[in-house]
Design a protein around this ligand. Structure first.
Ligand SMILES: [Zn+2]
Length: 434
């Protein structure tokens, strides 16, 4: 029996060895094939009583949630990624700390906070990304921010920049970024568009599909940043050129000063066309110039903000000038942090109305003159007619009066005659015997 057992063991040896080999092969191959999954947390801004920005029928907390859901759906089409939302419904109101703690509890590689914006006076428009002002958090945030902003610019949105903001304790101003960094979580905040500016309204007012597009675009930026691939979408971002940003050694401070240069020059003035070309020279040494606006009344009423060319220091502006008004033309330029510097004022004396307006006025005057003459003529004719009629009536009346006088004279003479005849008759009656 012992001998038989021994023989049996020897026979099984190759099987055992082979099995051991495959087990070892599997164990050694494990770290190569099974990389850790990328964990993404999406934070739809606001929730519960905290509505966020509100304009007309648009409420930010609902919009952010729609974008977030579309973003998750798109991201889940990529391999090697897990996606969480900080909250699934618009009625949950998490504190910023709770959101950061949620991301930390999931060991998130990155948290993306989704928002829509509004501005004082409703004058600003465009998209922006807020990042931490510190070390590697700034570097990663700025790197992703570049991919994100390029995508939003391609959608047609105005790029308001990738920025930092600091509170008076030299910490990140935005709570969600501050709390996340404290828990070692990379976080950025995206402001997609302004709810209260017409320039941005075309990007979300047509329907939820537009908000979903924001979600898809953001998901694609994330996939590019993490160099993901998707069999479903047949996309491979393995070689995507993610922008390299060096970790700063000091706090990246926001620009707290207004633009340094804001100078207006009159290049040409066409009095006949009432058209002027101005050159606006503007520079900000700490950040960059975002917009400019023009005013014709010395600084009281500025027109809509216009984008200032990002890589230039001057822009040519052609203006149609109003007539018969003394003008005081002034520009103002906004930097990336919406700080403003007004330009010098250029005075232009009242311009005559242009040829077209003059012609129209002349024609109008002619028409008025013609109709006045016609009216006068007609009135004169009517007057003459009335006078003629009056003359005829006068003649008739006089004739009637003469006739009436004649009749009266005849009647009187007849009566007189009758009385005379009667008196004669009486006299003859008294003397029959004679
Ligand atoms: Zn918000």
């Amino acid at each position: 029996m012992k001998f038989c057992d021994y023989i049996l063991k020897i026979k099984k040896l190759p099987v055992v060895l082979l099995a051991t080999f495959f087990v070892l092969l599997y164990v050694f191959s494990l770290p190569v094939n099974a990389e850790r999954e990328i964990v993404i947390v999406i934070d739809p801004g606001h929730g519960g009583d905290n509505m966020g920005a509100m304009h007309n029928d648009f409420i930010e907390k609902y919009m952010n949630l729609t974008v977030a859901n579309a973003m998750r759906e798109e991201l889940e089409k990529y391999e090697g990624i897990v996606v969480y939302l900080t909250h699934e419904d618009a009625e949950t109101n998490l504190t910023l700390k709770q959101r950061a703690e949620f991301a930390a509890s999931k060991n998130a590689d990155f948290m993306f906070c989704l928002h829509f914006n509004m501005s004082e006076g409703g004058i600003l428009y465009g998209a922006e990304v807020w990042v931490s002002a510190f070390d590697i958090f700034y570097a990663k945030g700025h790197s992703f921010g570049q991919i994100m902003m390029q995508a939003l610019e391609e959608m047609g949105l105005f790029n308001r920049g990738i920025k930092t903001r600091i509170n008076n304790r030299d910490e990140d101003y935005y709570g969600i970024i501050r709390e996340s960094r404290a828990l070692d979580i990379d976080t950025i905040l995206i402001e997609y568009a302004h709810l209260d500016h017409i320039n941005d309204q075309e990007f979300y007012t047509l329907g939820d599909f537009q908000l979903e597009e924001f979600g898809r675009v953001t998901a694609t930026a994330v996939a590019q940043f993490f160099r993901l691939r998707s069999d479903i979408l047949n996309i491979d971002f393995s070689d995507f050129p993610v922008p390299e940003v060096e970790a700063p050694t000091e706090i990246v401070r926001p620009d707290l000063t207004p633009p340094d240069v804001s100078h207006l020059e009159l290049v040409s003035l066409d009095i006949e066309k009432r058209e002027a070309v101005f050159k606006l020279i503007a520079e900000d040494y700490d950040s960059f110039i975002l917009y400019y606006a023009i005013c014709l009344d010395g600084g009281r009423n500025f027109g809509t903000l216009q984008p200032f060319p990002r890589t230039e220091t001057e822009v040519l502006i052609t203006l149609d000038l109003p007539a018969e008004r003394n003008l005081r033309v002034v520009a103002q330029v906004f930097n990336a942090y919406d700080r403003i510097t007004p330009s010098n004022i250029i005075s232009i004396a009242a311009l005559p109305p242009d040829k077209v307006v003059e012609d129209i006025l002349e024609e109008l005057e002619e028409i008025i003159e013609i109709s006045l003459a016609e009216l006068t003529q007609e009135l004169t004719e009517r007057q003459e007619q009335i006078y003629k009629r009056l003359e005829t009536y006068q003649i008739i009346l006089i004739t009637i009066a003469i006739l009436m006088i004649l009749v009266i004279v005849i009647i009187i003479s007849r009566i007189t005659l009758l009385l005379k005849v009667r008196r004669h008759a009486r006299i003859e009656d008294k003397s029959p015997e004679s």
